[in-house]
Design a protein around this ligand. Structure first.
Ligand SMILES: Cc1cc2nc3c(=O)[nH]c(=O)nc-3n(C[C@H](O)[C@H](O)[C@H](O)COP(=O)(O)O)c2cc1C
Length: 192
């Protein structure tokens, strides 16, 4: 079974570290983490072509590669930094473009979990997680959170950048790890 991690940050920083923490629990699965900053993503043009032609986006850019990876995945863990209390612009752009996959419900029944990181405590992590949850639910995905032992809404962390490295709070790292564990548990149940 394949698990895809999507780093919604505009760079490879603390969100990527938290995704890597979650993926430590996914040994034995076919895993890949992609960073949106490695792709060019245009906005959805609302041309509605995808709705008429069976889900094909006529804008050709980095989206097609990501779309293929999302189709192949059994589970997707989406990570985002908090930008003004919510997800990043790049991640929202990916979500909007993913309308192509809703035409034939291609993300339905895939497992989804979310991780959010901000610079401050109470900086909007929960709202950011909920923005990712909305995307997953609208696609009919099986939404999971961090479950035990941390058990709230997914990975939620604070990160402080010190030169080129990041100090991430211990509890936040634990919640990310719990997300990986929960995805593993649910995928294992579904495999039975
Ligand atoms: C445009 C912008 C807006 C931000 N808004 C918030 C915010 O509302 N709350 C918060 O806690 N941190 C905010 N931050 C800080 C980032 O969420 C934080 O530095 C995060 O660790 C960055 O993730 P990254 O290292 O994966 O890029 C913002 C950063 C940027 C660049």
């Amino acid at each position: 079974m394949k698990v895809l991690g999507i780093n919604g940050s505009h760079r490879k920083g603390s969100t990527l570290i938290l995704l890597e923490e979650a993926f430590k629990e996914l040994e034995g699965f076919d895993t890949e983490i992609i960073s949106l900053c490695d792709y060019t993503l245009e906005y959805c043009k609302v041309c509605n072509a995808c709705k008429r032609n069976g889900g094909v986006c006529i804008v050709k850019d980095g989206y097609q590669e990501i779309e293929e990876k999302m189709k192949e995945a059994d589970a997707i863990i989406v990570g985002s930094p908090v930008y003004f209390g919510s997800i990043t612009g790049m991640l929202k752009t990916l979500f909007d473009r993913s309308r192509t996959l809703r035409v034939n419900w291609e993300l339905k029944d895939k497992v989804c979990a979310a991780i959010a990181v901000g610079a401050t405590k109470h900086g909007g992590q929960e709202h950011t997680l909920q923005a990712i949850h909305a995307w997953a639910l609208i696609h009919g995905m099986i939404l999971v959170a961090d479950s035990d032992p941390t058990a709230h809404f997914g990975g939620a962390a604070t990160a402080k950048q010190v030169e080129d490295s990041f100090e991430i709070d211990e509890w936040g790292l634990k919640t990310a790890r719990s997300v990986g564990k929960r995805v593993r548990e649910v995928l294992t149940m579904l495999r039975k």
